[in-house]
Design a protein. Structure first.
Length: 393
């Protein structure tokens, strides 16, 4: 195994210079908010109480205006308005698919844009959120990977995507409405949008802690799934510091094929990745690791691949999520035939693993898995150019 092959387009992300002026409350942890309040004149003895009050207004009620925080004195509200803001990403556009999937284009500081997808189902509503503008990885089957990394998102920009979607769904409770009176429209979060979450660990962790906080958005850690391409050093930290469910973009059963499909494999190969997953502190039958496997015609979809896959993951409580490839302009791959996908799923299932075939959602609005790319960055590259970039030419 060699580290000399190019793994990412840009390993070092440009540090983001925070704007001067009022501090954005969205994205601050409880400790961060407490420190910021004290630094801006709140007496230390009152700080904990103030944090609780503001936290509830922002994350429980979805309030963006200090003036509406009626259990705070008028003078204190004015003081907050002078020093702080409550800002989330701006929704630039919304597309709704024939199947009800919603795709949002969200603008963040600096004029950059990310895509966010909401997928309604009968028993849940899943929001697919982004952690970076663009991506450092160059996975050959993923449209996002053809867009260079611009920067990491802040914790506020990550949790702000959840708040933006709740705005659109009208999901903030109304005064006088108790908790749990109606089913949640946004019940699950998957960090499967643009970017590699574990290359932006601290911001992702802080954003998810805010989303899980019981006095606010209040999502259970088991309703949050973080998907990684295999950033091995951060995997154990994910269990310890976030505690959410884990999914792995696996997609191949040999290093030779995975090196091409998921180039980070050149740094942490299949054996190294599986070792980290076997040791994942939360791996148990009740909290299985999801192996995501995109089905690519004549690349990774043979019976031999299916048999190798079940051998590789032996001993890891797991389910295999089979994803029919979602094509995009210039994609260097094709979707496996449906009979082939079903045959692959059958081999995995008979070996004792759940192997659901993911129903493609939102394809008509380019909102399906692997199709996300900022509209402003979208380029119709030729198949040849993308194959060359992915090292397949």
């Amino acid at each position: 195994m060699t580290d000399s092959a190019p793994i990412t387009q840009d390993v070092m992300t440009i540090p983001r210079k925070l704007p001067e002026g009022p501090v954005n409350i969205v994205g601050l942890t409880r400790d961060g908010l407490r420190d910021a309040l004290i630094a801006n004149g709140t007496p230390e003895k009152q700080a904990k109480m103030r944090v609780n009050q503001i936290w509830q207004w922002v994350y429980w009620w979805g309030v963006r205006d200090f003036e509406a925080m009626t259990n705070l004195s008028k003078a204190y509200r004015a003081q907050l308005a002078e020093k702080f803001v409550i800002e989330i990403p701006e929704m630039v556009s919304k597309q709704v698919s024939a199947d009800g999937t919603r795709k949002y284009l969200a603008r963040i500081a600096g004029g950059h844009e990310v895509e966010v997808v909401y997928i309604p189902e009968t028993d849940r509503g899943t929001l697919c959120i982004s952690s970076q503008v663009g991506c450092t990885l160059t996975c050959s089957f993923c449209h996002t990977g053809t867009q260079k990394l611009v920067r990491n998102l802040t914790a506020g920009e990550i949790v702000g995507q959840v708040m933006m979607a709740r705005d659109d769904l009208g999901e903030w409770p109304k005064p006088g409405e108790g908790a749990g009176e109606k089913p949640r429209l946004l019940s699950n979060i998957v960090l499967m949008g643009m970017g590699e979450p574990l290359y932006n660990f601290d911001n992702v962790r802080d954003a998810m802690k805010i989303a899980m906080d019981g006095e606010g958005i209040s999502l259970s850690r088991r309703r949050i799934t973080l998907s990684t391409s295999g950033v091995v050093p951060e995997i154990a930290k994910t269990a310890e510091e976030i505690g959410c469910m884990l999914a792995v973009s696996f997609h191949a059963t040999t290093d030779e094929v995975r090196d091409k499909l998921v180039p980070i494999n050149k740094k942490w190969n299949i054996a190294t990745l599986l070792e980290a997953l076997k040791a994942y502190p939360k791996a148990s039958n009740s909290e299985r690791i999801t192996f995501e496997y995109v089905m690519l015609k004549d690349v990774n979809d043979s019976d031999e691949d299916a048999r190798r896959l079940v051998q590789l993951i032996k001993g890891i409580p797991a389910k295999i999520n089979l994803i029919p490839f979602n094509e995009w302009p210039g994609a260097p791959h094709q979707r496996s035939d449906w009979e082939r996908i079903e045959r692959f799923a059958d081999i995995v299932y008979k070996a004792g693993y759940a192997s659901p075939i993911r129903t493609p959602r939102g394809e008509d609005i380019m909102a399906a898995c692997g199709q996300l790319k900022s509209a402003t960055e979208r380029q119709r590259k030729s198949r040849k150019a993308i194959e060359a970039e992915a090292g397949m030419g």
